[in-house]
Write a protein that binds this ligand. Structure first.
Ligand code: G3H
Length: 478
């Protein structure tokens, strides 16, 4: 109907002076679902300024009051789970039930930030000087954690609400202000989420949400001198941001190629269930999805058969019907996935199912006998395709996992805990799951990627700490 959702700054919803908008295409219907403001660089400058001013006051607001407001926002968010989930369904084609789960999980995350924040920020350290050689006990050092300033939060399309609040919650409890740049797909869900913070009564200018074209305001935001910290989740753009960003702390969660190593003594029913959940939930559009199965040759046939039986039961269709496999986020994404499938076909992979695509909807596909010369062995499809590589030794599996430029998570299935621990130690990834598919949650667990998968560590506690700096005051005794 031509309505363009407004952006949020200084506690108000505003239209951009650009008079332009950005269209959000519904991945299922492939027509324009919503429109958001295309903010200008001048508007970004103003937003940065108001975030800077608001932060100074916020840092002086008692910690318990900050926590109280966060709890309020969490409750309001949960109350509004239905309309927000509706946006997720329309903007990113996330199955309806999972969309509700994302919003509820986000409310819980915000509350946990408030609780964790009052504990860890309410404590400092007291050090004495005489433990270091040559010193008498004449200096007392008091440390506390202070905010960084303005945090720029850039979440990805696959969890626009949850991965926004995983940045907003820690930033706010620690006394920072926020500039949020939502992904285009998911922007309207983000704006609704911001409205919940607005309703909770946070001070004006503390939380800001700008929308627009990456080409117009992307670099301008990430290279803005007013930004004191960048927390980004997404793909390759993160590498570019890291190279261009100024001297500010970075928290980057980028891609993954999570391997699933399956030993001969694994419970194959459990493995199959986890490959389905890990590889195909949200149509594989998760950084922590199982992106390559490395299975011992002796059990490969049995495992592939079990997985195929489960793939056959996956419901394929629109997110409104709670289908397991829904359209991928965009046509370009679907084309990319198709390119990987075609490459594997040419190079001789076994297609366990027929390749099928209608618009952005791609049917789930298990590719057996994948070999290292195929792109799918190394690249992340971010779609419902799972490659299986048959291995003859554990070392071969570890070698494949470690040869990846990514190092987010991985998993190993075996009934021998000693082997599992040794394999976990050998895998160069931020997390290894034993007998379960990779996953970020529970949201207070540390979450980090090695190599091209990221910088820093997330999880509520780590994010709060990352968004603060140590300040010390030294008392010099006469
Ligand atoms: O897409 C990246 C997310 O951080 C993965 O989160 O493991 O909860 O799906 P998840």
């Amino acid at each position: 109907d031509g309505e363009v959702f407004k952006y949020y700054t200084e506690g108000e919803w505003k239209k951009s002076a650009s008079g332009k908008s950005v269209a959000i295409i519904n991945p299922t219907t492939r027509t324009t679902q919503y429109k958001v403001q295309a903010c200008t660089q001048e508007e970004v400058n103003k937003v940065m300024e108001s975030a800077k001013v608001a932060q100074k006051q916020w840092a002086k607001t008692p910690l318990w009051k900050r926590a109280e407001l966060l709890h309020k926002a969490a409750a309001i968010l949960k109350e509004h789970k239905a309309p927000i989930a509706e946006c997720l369904v329309k903007e990113i084609a996330k199955p309806a039930k999972d969309s509700v789960t994302e919003v509820v999980r986000s409310g819980d995350l915000i509350s946990y930030c408030a609780e964790e924040g009052v504990r860890i920020l309410g404590e400092g350290k007291f050090l004495v000087s005489d433990s270091f050689p040559g010193n008498e006990r004449t200096k007392y050092c008091l440390t506390s954690k202070i905010p960084l300033g303005v945090v720029l939060a850039i979440p990805p399309f696959n969890y626009p609400v949850n991965l926004a609040v995983s940045k907003i919650g820690p930033a706010l409890i620690a006394g920072n202000s926020l500039v949020l740049k939502p992904p285009t797909q998911g922007a309207v869900a983000c704006l609704h989420m911001v409205q919940c913070f607005h309703l909770a009564g946070f001070p004006k200018g503390l939380i800001n949400c700008v929308t627009g074209k990456g080409s117009e305001i992307g670099d301008f935001l990430t290279m803005h001198p007013g930004v004191n910290c960048i927390s980004f989740t997404g793909g390759d753009t993160g590498v570019a941001i890291s190279k261009k960003a100024g001297m500010v702390p970075l928290q980057m969660e980028l891609g993954g190629k999570d391997a699933c190593i399956v030993l001969e003594d694994a419970d194959l029913d459990l493995v199959a269930a986890n490959i389905i959940k890990g590889g195909f939930s949200y149509s594989g559009q998760r950084c922590t999805a199982v992106k390559v199965v490395l299975v011992m040759e002796s059990v490969a046939d049995a495992l592939v058969e079990k997985v195929n039986a489960k793939v056959a039961k996956l419901k394929v269709g629109p997110p409104e019907d709670n289908c397991d496999i829904t359209p991928v986020v965009s046509e370009s994404s679907a084309n990319f996935i198709e390119g990987l499938a075609k490459d594997a076909k040419t190079k001789g992979a076994t297609f366990c199912q027929e390749y099928k695509r209608e618009g952005n909807l791609i049917w789930p596909l298990l590719l057996d006998n994948v070999r290292p010369d195929m792109r799918i062995a190394w690249e992340e499809p971010f779609g419902p395709i799972v490659p299986v590589i048959r291995i003859n030794s554990i070392e071969e599996g570890i070698h494949h996992c470690n040869a990846s430029n990514f190092g987010l998570q991985g998993c190993v299935f075996t009934s021998d805990i000693n082997k599992a621990i040794l394999i976990s130690d050998a895998m160069e990834t931020g997390t290894v799951q034993i007998n379960s598919a990779p996953a970020r949650g529970p949201d207070h667990f540390p979450f980090q990627g090695l190599k091209d998968s990221g910088i820093g560590s997330q999880g509520i506690t780590n994010s709060i700490n990352m968004m603060t700096k140590i300040k010390s005051t030294v008392i010099n005794l006469p």
